[in-house]
Ligand binder design. Structure first.
Ligand SMILES: [Zn+2]
Length: 437
């Protein structure tokens, strides 16, 4: 290269560098006026705050009286509303739609629906979650739709479709006799809603496959069928052995990921804890030993209360009696866990519940069972973020966090039900919904 070419090259490099360094200043700046701010972390709400959003991050949060709004900032006035971090539902199924038995129920979803139809419906579920202020979901398995959740997550991240941040579990793992489709002629080799394994070698291989294909979490079914036992107790059929589960947990932890375990109670729940599950899903029937083990191991508890109040079978049928017993056991289990200080995280099992219903109904259930409204909110914000290893990035309105912010009219600390009517949603610094309260 000749000398003047070098100079030209150098000049171009410097210009490029100057453009890059000036980029942050060119990012759009939004100033949001908040009437009340519940930041997801502090135990007290704050009055009259100004949140400065630059690009997709929160730059500052300050008292309105002293706040400096940068020149050229777009101002969004939510001074009559309560603002919170984008909410997190840590137990959903975007590939289920609360399958109506009259339309073939769960089985039709797997037997009749083309994958493209299921993906289209999952796209709608994701959008519904975002519309309701849920800017992050931990979606715990696709129910026979393979790695479809990885595809939906990519479509959201690349901007093709609107939706929450997704943490996906892909196919989930259970054992022979441990998942539908069931009840067909034994000669038929029916597809299953989860990946079926038997033995620690198959268990580890399934975890490897799912992690390799993009699972953020591994989901394991540690109990399956349940019924009312001889003495009126809830019996839950255990699935994986401790050795099988340990192979999965060991593999998954090696990848720096975590294991969510569906477990109702009894043998399966205790195996889940002995095998090192990171979160217990549902936990309908927690005995004292389970609660103390959860405390000792720091296990998360995602109770999903609401879903056990829907679609009860007739009261005089065995299934109907089982459905009622499940709800009856769930309440004291939740209360005991709450009192003992188990780390409770908000989860709904949406998909088990139709996506047309309000996701935030779970808050009311938690508060009715004795949880303080602020605690319930934190279970769906900062505490869920900690479980997802996203501390300070989501579930909080604070400098440096992603600008995931929602607003409601009214005060959820006085009436938790107002969270069922989210009127403003910002995700990643972009306004997705704005019906100004
Ligand atoms: Zn579920």
């Amino acid at each position: 290269m000749k000398r003047f070419e070098w100079i030209l090259f150098l000049a171009l490099c410097l210009t490029a560098a100057a453009q890059t360094t000036s980029l942050p200043n060119q990012q759009p700046v939004i100033a949001i006026r908040a009437g009340i701010l519940i930041d997801g972390e502090s135990d007290k709400a704050r009055q009259a705050q100004v949140i400065i959003v630059r690009g997709n991050r929160i730059e500052s949060v300050s008292d309105a009286a002293t706040a400096k709004i940068p020149a050229g900032a777009t101002v969004i006035d939510l001074s009559k509303a309560t603002l919170l971090p984008g909410l997190i539902d840590s137990h959903t199924h975007i590939f289920l739609q609360g399958e109506d038995p009259a339309q073939g129920g769960y089985d039709a979803n797997i037997l009749n629906a083309p994958l493209a139809l299921r993906a289209a419906r999952a796209t709608v579920s994701a959008r519904r979650a975002l519309e309701q202020g849920f800017t992050t979901l931990r979606d715990v398995e696709t129910e026979g739709a393979g790695y479809g959740d990885v595809g939906i997550k990519q479509a959201i991240e690349r901007g093709y479709i609107p939706g929450p941040r997704l943490f996906v579990a892909t196919r989930a793992i259970s054992t022979t006799g441990g998942y539908p489709l069931e009840g067909y002629a034994p000669e038929l080799d029916m597809p299953k809603g989860a990946q079926i394994v038997d033995g620690p070698v198959e268990a580890r291989k399934a975890a490897r496959e799912q992690l390799d294909h993009g699972a953020d979490w591994i989901k394991v079914y540690m109990t399956h069928r349940s019924w009312v036992g001889k003495n009126g107790e809830l019996v839950s059929q255990p699935t994986l052995t401790v050795d099988e589960l340990r192979a999965i947990v060991d593999e998954t932890h090696g990848w720096g990921r975590k294991v969510a375990c569906h477990a109702y109670g009894g043998i399966g729940l205790h195996r889940a804890l002995d095998g090192g599950c990171d979160s217990i899903e549902h936990g309908l029937d927690l005995d004292d030993a389970a609660i103390s083990q959860m405390l000792k191991q720091g296990t998360w508890y995602v109770p999903t209360i609401s879903v056990y109040y829907t679609d009860w079978a007739a009261a005089d049928s065995p299934a109907g009696q089982r459905d009622r017993l499940r709800a009856a056991l769930h309440e004291p289990s939740f209360k005991k866990a709450l009192k003992a200080g188990v780390r409770i995280v908000f989860g709904t099992d949406m998909g088990g519940i139709p996506w047309t219903e309000p996701i935030a109904q779970e808050f009311s259930r938690m508060v009715e069972l004795g949880m303080q409204p602020m605690d319930a909110i934190q279970s769906a914000t900062s505490r869920a973020a900690t479980m997802l290893e996203m501390d300070g990035k989501i579930g909080v309105v604070a400098p440096g966090a992603f600008a995931d912010i929602v607003a409601v009219s009214g005060d959820p600390l006085h009436d938790i039900k107002v969270l069922e009517n989210v009127q403003f949603v910002m995700k990643d610094g972009k306004v997705f919904k704005s019906e100004k309260p």
